[in-house]
Design a protein around this ligand. Structure first.
Ligand code: ASP
Length: 410
């Protein structure tokens, strides 16, 4: 009997951890990092290879499938409404928990030793928002700039629906066809997920010592606690009460994608699996998933938004910097914008955090405080990001009256 994909991935994850611990104990972890990580790189390259054509074909076929301008407007409103609401809920959860637990007060983190000059990466928020409009859409695709690629694909798909026949049908069929091919290619690459996950996890565990966790344990617990509340309470309640969806059935349906998000720390790289799980396991239509998911993987990042908020308040606590109510409000707003602007790649959230630090007047080099555990927390927040996208897609599918969902409450 063939083992289901999510079990294969789960076993690979455990084996990766065990393998890394054994290799650390026996002192050949450099060997592990070099040799095994090649397998992880091959897998990641495979996923990256399909991201741009998958996003373009999926969005264009999704938008043409939605049909009229009225339907498009309604779907966009629901999608963005869901993204903003859940991101804000996530941020508020983080804000409440970090103020209650106060992990930064009295933490001994050697603040004096932090070198200055890590701030090279500050991006201006205005520039990030403006760059959504590509000056050259093909260049954006070639360079893998996802947000501008999505923007152009949305417009292109929309105007196909406004184009007269026979071109409308020809183009709709063409992009539907390309999307079908891309989904088959995706299935092929997904076959390698267990091997890739094994290698990626082994590498991370072999590289990260446990000792870096100790001074930051309270901070990590705050982030993990808030992420758990959002993922296991808030989102399931929305699933249950708004859409009549069984959260346990949905998490099972999504498990292969969630485990991949955990191992790759990248919503974009996980997108092919997310689409596959939402359509084939949860039973949402391609029309909804191909519109909601590529957008979500790029701009809906609940985990990242929550993380940014907790991290900035933590840094302020460590530095003994008072965050007034107004400043906390600025943190909430900029955390939302930073999570929208963050790319779906590993540690993108850390780079965007500089925007928030700047907005509330904290020295940027203080991000170094949380650097040692960022990668590990990135795995968790990325899983929450993907989980929220998937919840959004099935809630919207249900609200559109879809009959094929396999995860409804009995
Ligand atoms: N790694 C996250 C993602 O791809 C982004 C982040 O760094 O928070 O979803």
């Amino acid at each position: 009997m063939k083992l289901k994909l999510h079990w294969q991935i789960f076993i690979a994850l455990l084996l990766g951890i065990i393998f890394a611990f054994l290799s650390r104990m026996m002192g050949f972890d450099n060997f592990v990092i070099e040799k095994i990580s090649i397998l992880g790189d091959i897998f990641l390259r495979g996923l990256r290879m399909i991201i741009v054509p998958l996003i373009v074909s999926s969005i264009i076929s999704g938008v043409t499938g939605i049909g009229s301008a009225e339907n498009f407007g309604r779907m966009s409103l629901k999608t963005f409404g869901y993204y903003i609401t859940t991101s804000l809920l996530a941020i508020l959860t983080g804000l409440i928990l970090v103020n209650l637990i106060q992990p930064g007060i009295g933490a001994q983190l050697g603040l004096e030793k932090i070198p200055e000059g890590i701030e090279a990466n500050v991006e201006k928020l205005g520039d990030t928002l403006l760059s959504i409009i590509p000056t050259n859409p093909l260049a954006a695709m070639v360079n893998g700039q996802i947000l501008p690629t999505i923007f152009f694909s949305l417009l292109f798909g929309f105007f196909i629906t406004r184009t007269p026949q026979p071109y409308k049908k020809q183009l709709t069929d063409l992009f539907q066809g390309v999307f079908e091919v891309m989904m088959r290619l995706t299935h092929f690459i997904i076959l390698f997920t267990p091997v890739g996950v094994f290698a990626l996890i082994a590498k991370i565990v072999a590289q990260t010592g446990i000792d870096v966790f100790i001074p930051l344990a309270n901070y990590m617990l705050t982030v993990i606690g808030a992420l758990s509340i959002h993922a296991f309470l808030t989102l399931p309640l929305l699933l249950y009460f708004i859409a009549g969806i069984n959260p346990v059935a949905h998490i099972k349906a999504m498990s292969a994608a969630l485990l991949t998000a955990f191992s790759t720390s990248s919503s974009s790289a996980t997108l092919p699996l997310t689409i596959d799980c939402v359509e084939n396991n949860a039973g949402a239509s391609n029309k909804v998933s191909s519109f909601v998911l590529p957008l979500g993987a790029t701009i809906n990042m609940d985990g990242t938004a929550l993380y940014e908020c907790v991290a900035v308040v933590f840094i302020a606590q460590v530095a003994g910097y008072e965050l007034s109510l107004v400043k906390q409000f600025i943190v909430v707003l900029t955390a939302l914008l930073a999570s929208i602007g963050a790319a779906g790649i590993p540690m993108a959230g850390l780079v965007m955090m500089t925007i928030i630090l700047q907005a509330v007047g904290l020295p940027l080099h203080l991000v170094a405080l949380i650097l040692p555990v960022d990668r590990i927390l990135d795995m968790m927040r990325t899983s929450v990001n993907v989980w929220s996208d998937s919840c959004g897609s099935v809630i919207i599918a249900k609200s559109e009256g879809e009959k094929g969902l396999k995860i409804l409450i009995e």
